[in-house]
Design a binder for this molecule. Structure first.
Ligand SMILES: [Zn+2]
Length: 346
């Protein structure tokens, strides 16, 4: 995606430009409007009416239809809904997070944009939500599938909960990765998912959901992958023997895993397992958009804000922080896992 030129000047190219540009509240609002209503027509988020008037002094709109809450801001119906944080702060944070190679901790965000660490933590989670891969497009061509365990400190979690996290070491979270190799017209992409365990039903269900039938699938010799040949051209590399036979390997994902783990080590003291999936979304986003420039990644991340706020409120029946669970206990409730990660009770 090319950064768009605006009448008011060029679109920012660096973090410094972005901070300067969006400090102008009208420019920040213009940008958010273009993300929120790409066709340029402001619609009431509650009834969809285009019959609205702009209250310029407060930078909000008022719907002329008769219903509750006629006034709305550009944030309503997005992950930014209900947040008192100024738009320019939000946009600077989006820029930072979309472009930080190895991720950014709430502490760094707090220092960089001058909000409290708690606020930074909430902002990080919402921005990661916006960066969640909304693509439903299945992978095709040559696809590597592999799984790994990522260690999180299991403190604050009860022993029986820890034991359920995966079949690997206690306190480690199993992650399933799929990598679509590059082809002449597109670069490689990944999809990541926290899985309850690495047994056949979990892993194969994920592959069938994310990879088009008939594609070439590359895995190691883990038994959980056997049987894939019924729906795919299944190529197995036995790591006890060697790591590659021609194009038969899972090296793309192996490299991605080492990058990912290095990132986790370098940026975070520890990632609680219940935050891991957001971090994975963030890293998959950066990897998949790596050929874009900073402005392009920023715009893509910002586009992800639409609709997600409402969806969260609907699912959890509460507003506040957009319904994000705030404690380990809340996170591990079955309903929440099922809704958000697709976990199923064994
Ligand atoms: Zn309305």
């Amino acid at each position: 995606m090319k950064a768009k030129k605006k009448e008011t000047g060029a679109f920012p190219e660096t973090l410094h430009d972005a901070i300067k540009c969006f400090a102008d509240e009208d420019r920040a609002l213009d940008f958010m409007k273009s993300i929120r209503w790409p066709d340029g027509v402001v619609k009431c988020p509650r009834c969809g009416s285009e019959n609205v008037s702009f209250l310029s002094t407060r930078r909000i709109w008022k719907c002329k239809a008769a219903h509750e809450k006629q006034q709305f801001s550009v944030k309503v119906g997005t992950v930014l809904e209900d947040s008192p944080i100024r738009l320019d702060i939000w946009l600077s944070a989006f820029w930072l997070i979309a472009n930080a190679k190895n991720g950014i901790s709430s502490y760094e965000l707090h220092r960089s944009i001058g909000v409290t660490q708690k606020t930074a933590w909430f902002m990080l989670h919402r921005i990661r939500l916006a960066m969640q891969n909304g693509s439903v497009e299945q992978f095709s061509g040559r696809v590597e599938a592999d799984e790994t365990f990522i260690g999180g400190k299991a403190r604050n979690m009860h022993a029986d909960k820890r034991g359920r996290v995966g079949t690997g070491a206690v306190g480690k979270v199993a992650v399933m990765g799929l990598l679509e190799r590059n082809s002449p017209d597109k670069h490689s992409r990944v999809k990541l998912r926290v899985v309850r365990n690495v047994r056949r039903p979990q892993l194969q269900k994920e592959i069938k959901k994310q990879v088009i039938a008939g594609a070439e699938v590359f895995t190691d010799s883990l038994r959980s992958y056997s049987g894939l040949e019924k729906e795919y051209v299944h190529n197995v590399i036995d790591h006890a023997e060697c790591y590659a036979k021609g194009h038969v390997h899972t090296n793309g994902l192996e490299n991605f895993w080492s990058l990912l783990k290095r990132g986790i080590k370098g940026t975070y003291v520890s990632i609680e397992p219940f935050h891991l999936f957001r971090y994975l979304d963030e890293q998959a986003f950066r990897f998949n958009e790596r050929k874009d420039n900073d402005a392009g990644r920023f715009i893509k991340a910002a586009r992800g804000i639409i609709g997600k706020g409402l969806r969260y409120v609907k699912l959890t029946g509460k507003t506040g922080d957009g319904g994000l669970p705030q404690t380990a206990k809340a996170w591990w409730t079955e309903t929440w896992l099922l809704n958000h990660l697709g976990f199923e009770t064994d």
